[in-house]
Design a binder for this molecule. Structure first.
Ligand code: 5GP
Ligand code: ZN
Length: 115
């Protein structure tokens, strides 16, 4: 897939409308279009990386920042005490549909145990 065809790159470039809750130099956080929980956000790095399986050594700071954003979102949405679930679907077996690295941030209900 060409980067130009990437849905999440289009969201980041404002070519597809989205409900953004955070927009920084490196990241955009948007509401998922088909929420699976009362709060379902997508943490998108602005850099087009295919998946967690494709990150490079130099991406460690970026992915670390993505984890730190989860804590900030928990605070913003009042979920620090209740908790939340982060899902990173990776590749076909991981159920990844959009080939642009993203973390799902899910909260506001008790989530099923996956592991
Ligand atoms: P994946 O299965 O790749 O981990 O998840 C992709 C997610 O992107 C799905 O939860 C899906 O609902 C969401 N999604 C797909 N297209 C759009 C869109 O155009 N806008 C937003 N906000 N979310 C999208
Ligand atoms: Zn992309």
């Amino acid at each position: 897939m060409k980067i130009n065809d990437c849905i999440f790159c289009k969201i980041i470039n404002n070519e597809i409308p989205s409900e953004a809750v955070l927009n920084t130099d490196d990241f955009m956080v948007v509401k998922d279009i088909a929420p699976k929980a009362p709060i379902h956000l997508l943490i998108l790095p602005k850099k087009h990386i295919l998946s967690l399986a494709e990150i490079e050594e130099g991406d460690q700071l970026l992915t670390g920042k993505m984890l730190y954003i989860t804590k900030k979102l928990a605070s913003k949405f009042g979920l620090t005490e209740r908790g939340f679930k982060i899902v990173i679907n990776t590749g076909p077996d991981g159920g990844q549909l959009v080939p642009h690295l993203h973390f799902h941030f899910l909260g506001g209900k008790k989530m099923a145990e996956l592991a």
